[in-house]
Every structure is written in C-alpha cells, then in structure tokens.
Write a protein that binds this ligand. Structure first.
Ligand SMILES: Nc1nc2c(ncn2[C@@H]2O[C@H](COP(=O)(O)OP(=O)(O)OP(=O)(O)O)[C@@H](O)[C@H]2O)c(=O)[nH]1
Ligand SMILES: [Mg+2]
Length: 297
C-alpha cells in the first residue's frame, strides 16, 4: 500500500526585496509572481502550487513587511500578516547580501507568536560576503521558535531542494487542494497587469517611485484569428511621472509594452495585441476606490 498523500500551506514572509517571489517561482518552476530589484514589488498574496506524486505544497508569496506609508502599504502589511493564519508552516526569508537588519528582527519578534512552526532561510548566498551567512545562522538558530535554518540561493537554485525537504516534513495527511496543472490562483488578467507593472518597475528604475498601478481594462480573444487583444492602463501619481512613463516620442511606453507583450504571449500561448494607456490619479495609494479597482481590497 502506498503512503497517504500529504499537503499543506506555507507562507513565505520577510522584509522587502529579500527574494520571496523569486523563491516561490523557483519552487513551482514557473514565473507566477513578479520580481524586481526594487522593494515592495509584491502587493497581494500570490499563490504558487507545487504538486508532486506524493505531496502538494501551496505557497503563499506575500508583500515585504515594512512600516506602511499609505493605505496601500497598510493593505500590504495586513495581507502579509494574515497569511500567517491557517498555514502548516511559515518560511521566514532573509537576505545574505544585507544581513539581519532591524526590520528583520522586528518581524522575527512577530513570528515568535505564530501558531505554525517557523523555518528560516538565508537567501542570496551566491552574493554573500564571507562570514555573513554563518553569523546570520547563529543569530537565527539562537531563537527558540525557529525550527530549522536553511541556506539557499533562489536565483541559482542552490539549497532549494533541501529546503523543500524541510518543508515537506511539516505537511499533513490531506487532500490535493488543487489539480495537477494549476500553479496559481491568479486570473490571466491579473497576471497580465502584473507583467506590465514588472516591466515598468524594471525599465523605469529609480525615475518613477512606487506609485505605479496597472489595471487590465479588457481582454478579448479574436474570433477570426488567434490573437488576444489586451487593453490596459498604467496609473501614476503625478503629471511629471506620466511624461517619464510615456518617454520621448512614446519610446518608454513602447518598450514597456513590447516586453510585457512578449511575456503575455508566452503565458497565453497566443499572439497578443496590447493597447497601453497612462493616467494620472492623484495620491491613488490613499484612495480606497482606486485601490479596489486595481485589485487591492
Ligand atoms: N544574487 C541573488 N539575487 C537574488 C536572489 N533571489 C532574489 N534575488 C534578487 O533580489 C531582488 C528581489 O527579488 P524579489 O523576488 O522580487 O524579492 P521579494 O522579497 O519578493 O520583494 P518584495 O515583493 O518587494 O517584498 C531581485 O532583483 C532578484 O533578482 C538570490 O538568490 N541571489
Ligand atoms: Mg515579491
């Protein structure tokens, strides 16, 4: 007789930019959560499902934990903390390029009272300065509520299999929550909007601060041709930002659109015709109605 199927939810939590989304994508073998070099890339809870013949791990990627500066930030913090409830394990991620900082320690304090077991992983060991990983491990291992400490590189994959084995030990006998071919719960239009935001974050670098939001207004597969038309809007907070996003002669917007379209075509398996607009919404990160429109509710 074969052993019973095991399953469980694992929340990935940590300070901004430590590599939570990169790690989840690595676990599920596909890009389901967007990644950028800038802090606060992830804004919602993003599910990534890893299914093996004997077990299923449902990962919850969460926004980086930091002090909120606006309503969107408050929403993001709530999403991150809410993920701690009703998971079989919590995976606390830190960044070996940065070491354990005050913000990491503040979050660790919060995790001390988590109901689920906490496993820590030191990420970016490929980019760590000598000695720092051992120092971080020592600090983390001294905390009574931390079960194990893993050393990984989400970028290269080093140590990720061993970490998966650690997490597996926390699964319980239970159902396959999601079918084999399901890797995320995000609808296609949400993924398309996220891909546009990822390209904007990547290409605009430091020029436009965090105040970008993207909404997909409409998605339609043509009846006569295998082409999907996508209409989307990039929201920003200032007129000056709008100019930067559009760029000289529309060059920047074109570039954002071309790169996003490339990823969308890969995901949807069809050609995509993308129409992108840019709109200014003053201080939208404090506007509950715009936040709701963009899926932050
Ligand atoms: N060198 C190195 N860089 C990494 C590794 N993992 C992630 N990164 C980089 O770190 C940056 C942040 O990665 P994300 O996965 O977006 O980080 P995050 O924790 O999800 O960030 P937020 O969503 O903003 O909280 C990106 O530039 C990644 O390419 C790693 O193992 N090694
Ligand atoms: Mg992220």
């Amino acid at each position: 007789m074969s052993a019973a199927f095991r399953s469980g939810f694992v929340s990935i939590i940590g300070s901004p930019n430590v590599g939570k989304s990169t790690l989840m994508n690595r676990f599920v073998g596909q890009k389901v959560s967007i990644v950028s070099a800038r802090a606060q890339t992830t804004r919602n809870r993003v599910m990534g499902v890893l299914t093996k013949p004997e077990y299923q791990i449902v990962f919850l990627d969460t926004p980086g934990v930091t002090t909120p500066k606006n309503r969107l930030g408050e929403y993001m913090l709530k999403i991150a903390y809410d993920s701690l409830n009703e998971v079989e394990a919590v995976l606390f991620l830190t960044d070996a390029e940065k070491g354990i900082r005050e913000k990491d320690e503040a979050l660790l304090q919060k995790l001390a009272s988590a109901k689920a077991p906490v496993i820590a992983a030191i990420n970016k060991i490929d980019a760590a300065k000598p000695g720092i990983v051992a120092e971080m491990r020592k600090k983390l291992a001294a905390l009574s509520y931390i079960g194990q400490v893993a050393e990984i590189s989400a970028e290269t994959g080093e140590g990720v299999d061993s970490l998966e084995a650690l997490l597996r030990a926390h699964l319980e006998e239970g159902p396959k929550y999601f079918p084999d071919d399901m890797v995320t719960d995000q609808p296609e239009r949400v993924i398309c909007a996220e891909l546009i935001r990822e390209k904007a974050l990547m290409l605009l670098k430091e020029e436009v601060p965090h105040g970008i939001g993207v909404g997909v207004d409409k998605m339609l597969l043509r009846e006569d041709k295998p082409i999907c038309d996508v209409w989307a809007t990039i929201y920003c907070e200032r007129e000056g930002h709008k100019g930067i996003i559009i760029g000289k002669g529309g060059a920047m917007l074109k570039k954002i659109g071309a790169e996003a379209r490339h990823d969308m075509e890969w995901m949807l398996g069809t050609r995509v015709n993308l129409q992108l607009w840019v709109k200014v919404k003053d201080d939208w990160r404090n506007s509950l109605s715009t936040m709701r429109e963009l899926g932050y509710e």
